[in-house]
Design a protein around this ligand. Structure first.
Ligand code: AMP
Ligand code: TRP
Length: 333
């Protein structure tokens, strides 16, 4: 089977350095080698409350970040999920394939639902099933994501396997995750044990893709570190979460390994290292932020890209969904 890539980003809140290094940057690297679909997953977004106007705007902003980071809308299919109903239709079939016991193990649901489990939406619980449908409705073979999505991708494999087994077919592929680079799990700048996230109340915890040079510099300068100079070995680095995070970010932004970063900065003061990291981050992220600001001023252009992407995505999904329905025994498929 030909290789095909699918990945999604939720249009909620501010896109940050974690989204960029863990996901978007890899999307750009993979275009050309594969047939790629990149999606604003607005149906996933509403599993938690979203203000309707902000959801529309955030969908455009995520699209703008994809384009600004270098994704070519001709070579790739860029669209928003809710426009292609095949995702929701296949998700229903998968709701009947996935088991409650599997979903009960999902750590992201536990984190997001928190103590208010009874009050979480049914959609939040079924979230990983919709994610499996996103991927398999195109028979995608590879999915580039950050480390936090690993468990969801294992569930996608389980669903594909159970569908194939239950119906005695070899229909859905067993999808491979692509979790690559030196920053597959970027941590908060305020707390090296917490993931950098859109929902952290402190803006100082993350670098947003739209932050200007002064904000980037300020946030890196204030980033938490321990009082010691930078370690000389990876072994020592791994015992110091804040140092490890910053070194990982440097390595990813400069396309080198952590080991090479330590070779250069081991034994030096954090103030020296941070000054270099600021220059590097501004050089890499500045142009993306500027281009995003320019693109969001032209919503008609973005809307056109998404409409075109949705049309191409729908055409690709249609025969696969039809066949899945036929396999299940739905009359008229
Ligand atoms: P989300 O914002 O949850 O829709 O995530 C979009 C993509 O960014 C997914 O592939 C995530 O795995 C990735 N991602 C989100 N946060 C981080 C992080 N802190 N470090 C690395 N990757 C991340
Ligand atoms: N759950 C992913 C996240 O929050 C977003 C997502 C939805 C996704 N569907 C997907 C990622 C399909 C990869 C493939 O990051």
């Amino acid at each position: 089977m030909a290789n095909r890539i699918f990945s999604g980003v939720q249009p909620t809140g501010q896109l940050h350095l974690g989204n960029y290094l863990g996901a978007i940057r890899n999307f750009v690297a993979l275009q050309g080698d594969y047939e790629c679909l990149y999606c604003m997953v607005d149906m996933h977004a509403i599993t938690m409350w979203q203000d309707p106007k902000e959801l529309t705007q955030a969908t455009r902003t995520v699209a703008a970040s994809f384009l600004a980071a270098g994704l070519d809308p001709k070579r790739n299919i860029i669209f928003n999920q809710s426009r292609v109903p095949a995702h929701a239709e296949l998700a229903w079939i998968f709701n009947c394939v996935a088991r409650l016991g599997w979903l009960n193990r999902m750590t992201q649901f536990k984190e997001k639902a928190g103590k208010q489990r009874e009050n979480a939406s049914v959609g939040l619980y079924a979230y990983p099933v919709l994610m499996a449908a996103d991927i398999l409705v195109y028979k995608a073979t590879h999915v580039p994501v950050g480390e936090d999505q690993k468990q969801h991708l294992e569930l996608t494999r389980d669903i594909a396997q159970k569908f194939n087994h239950d119906f005695g077919v070899e229909f859905f592929p067993i999808t491979e995750p692509i979790i690559q680079g030196e920053a597959t799990r970027v941590m908060s700048l305020r707390d090296g044990t917490k993931k950098m996230s859109k929902s952290d109340p402190s803006d100082y915890s993350r670098i947003n893709l739209t932050d200007g040079p002064d904000q980037i510099a300020d946030k890196i300068r204030k980033a938490r570190t321990d009082p010691h100079p930078l370690p000389e070995t990876i072994e020592e680095l791994e015992k110091r979460p804040e140092a490890d995070n910053l070194v990982g970010i440097y390595a990813a932004l400069d396309d080198i390994t952590r080991h090479q970063v330590l070779h250069h900065f081991g034994g030096k003061l954090f103030s020296d290292f941070k000054a270099q990291l600021i220059d590097l981050a501004v050089a890499r992220l500045g142009p993306i932020g500027t281009e995003m600001q320019r693109l969001v001023k032209d919503p008609d252009h973005i809307d056109g890209v998404l409409a075109n992407g949705a049309e191409r995505a729908a055409a690709m999904a249609a025969p696969i969904l039809r066949e899945a329905k036929r396999i299940v025994g739905f009359l008229g498929a």
